[in-house]
Design a protein around this ligand. Structure first.
Ligand SMILES: *Cc1c(COP(=O)(O)O)cnc(C)c1O
Length: 496
């Protein structure tokens, strides 16, 4: 399996191995790497998954996209990444909410958010790729985070040989719990630093460091090269395909549907990475009928799916589902490529960079509408969904998951034909990770403070605080530096 750039319009495309795609992250022309074809899964293969555990299913899917690596090697990576130790509640359990709705819980990992599903396995793929390409230097991973990604990357890369990682976060731009998760991070190759600025400042600071030839040369002299862990990297996307395949098989093995029957999938969406993985699963042959893209008040994708115009020139809202507060969904570029090809994709991305907007061709929009539906849930709607779902079915949802459930509700209401199919909603974070907002949504009252909210929510609902979060509250603070944004370039040399 070779990979090409979403923007490569030349006749003789540059094709690279999966290892090179993972090491580079982004293609030299600014495009994203995509597999040159989408492999297919036969009904027999799907049937054979039914009696397999999650690591075996995931290793099989990964082996289709990383065919330079042996299945046994991938299986051993998956057994480590998705072990009961790291995912005590199971890697991707499917839980019934009510009626046709099922929750695919992706947050039983070490940071209690779905990014663990990719970031626990990605370091294995990354180091195997470094080995395969003959890289001798140490990878220096730089991350700017608004919360969930930074912690998940730290947990994934901690104590991985040949890697060092530094995370920058806005000191006033993440929740108290997220801050504690990062300040208490363990591991000998990790460091975390807060900046006096917002997420955009952190992000721009990191981008400037990547683009600075002088910094890159100094790092090279010391035996390092810069790398990133964000969701444009194929090594983060591929592992996400596996849980959609797995969830479908779980519906079959639970007797909810028969092999071959359709199911819908609803994904609370920010950067479009998670839902793109579902789209690829559909293209591989998993009988997925509709992909429902659920957004919060930052509903740029809802408008895009309805009208064909993507326009980032709009008000930015800070919501209680902060991991979806995004106006540029980078992975949409991969969908455009699969639907419309590289020439259209390049033109749209150029227009996005220059004007902040683009409108896709009518045929392109028609194809997208054939696979996707888009709905959004505003802040009062999110709070009301948390309360209603808990009171009617006992299911406790975090605000991101609630956006997914609210979007799925809206989708079911709009289905005219009444042809029912189960709908799988991605549950992307533990309710305890956003305990204060969940508590407020349920009771209409403020908790004593953001940290006590975990205990108060547990008392109110009788549900247990996940162990990684309760442990975080007891660990000593190890990373307390706060620096001005302009000092970021110096900061990366501290301790080298
Ligand atoms: C990152 C994140 C999302 C959004 O996923 P994308 O792949 O960016 O669309 C949703 N919910 C939570 C909790 C997240 O951390």
């Amino acid at each position: 399996m070779l990979y090409i750039s979403t923007r490569d319009t030349s006749e003789r495309k540059e094709k690279v191995t999966s290892e090179v795609a993972v090491c580079r992250g982004i293609a030299p022309d600014g495009g994203l790497y995509v597999p040159e074809y989408i492999p297919t899964l036969s009904a027999d293969t799907l049937r054979s998954f039914i009696n397999m555990d999650y690591p075996s299913r995931a290793a099989y899917i990964l082996s289709l996209f990383f065919d330079g690596m042996a299945y046994e090697e991938l299986l051993s990576m998956c057994r480590t990444a998705y072990s009961d130790d790291r995912f005590p509640g199971g890697a991707a359990p499917l839980v019934h909410i009510s009626g046709p709705m099922y929750s695919l819980e992706l947050w039983h990992g070490p940071t209690c958010a779905f990014k663990d599903m990719a970031l626990q396995i990605m370091p294995h793929l990354f180091t195997a790729s470094l080995r395969a390409t003959g890289e001798k230097r140490t990878a220096y991973i730089l991350v700017a985070t608004s919360g969930d990604t930074g912690k998940a990357a730290l947990e994934g890369y901690r104590d991985v040989p040949g890697v060092r990682i530094k995370v920058f976060y806005p000191t006033n731009g993440v929740s108290r719990v997220q801050k504690l998760q990062m300040m208490t991070q363990e591991g000998d190759n990790v460091s975390v630093c807060a900046i006096e600025g917002n997420f955009d400042d952190a992000q721009s600071g990191v981008k400037r460091i990547f683009a600075d030839a002088g910094i890159n040369r100094r790092l090279d002299d010391k035996g390092y090269f810069l790398s990133s862990a964000n969701s444009i990297n194929w090594g983060r996307l591929a592992p996400q395909i596996a849980y959609y395949v797995s969830a479908y098989c779980d519906l079959v093995s639970a007797g909810v549907i028969s092999m071959g029957d359709v199911a819908d999938i609803c994904v609370p969406t920010g950067n479009f990475g998670n839902i793109l993985a579902a789209y690829i699963a559909k293209r591989m042959g998993v009988p997925i009928r509709r992909l429902v893209c659920a957004s919060n008040a930052n509903n740029v994708l809802t408008d895009f799916i309805a009208s064909g115009t993507y326009d980032r020139n709009r008000t930015f809202y800070t919501t209680m589902s902060p991991s979806m507060d995004i106006l540029i969904s980078s992975n949409l570029e991969r969908l455009l490529y699969f639907v419309a090809g590289p020439a259209e994709t390049s033109a749209y991305m150029k227009s996005l960079a220059e004007t902040g907007r683009y409108t896709v061709a009518p045929e392109t929009l028609a194809k997208i509408k054939g696979d996707f539906a888009g709905y959004y849930v505003d802040e009062p709607g999110t709070a009301a969904t948390i309360k209603r779902v808990y009171e009617t079915s006992g299911y406790l949802a975090d605000p991101h998951t609630a956006v997914g459930i609210g979007g799925a509700d809206e989708y079911l209401r709009c289905q005219k034909d009444g042809c029912s199919a189960p709908i799988i909603v991605c549950s992307t974070a533990s309710p305890f990770k956003f305990a204060a907002d969940v508590y407020r949504s349920l009771t209409g009252r403020d908790p004593s403070d953001e940290v006590s909210a975990l205990g108060e929510l547990s008392e109110l609902t009788g549900k247990e605080i996940p162990q990684p979060l309760s442990r975080t509250l007891k660990l000593p603070l190890r990373h307390t530096r706060v620096i001005p944004t302009k000092d970021m370039p110096d900061e990366i040399f501290v301790g080298l």
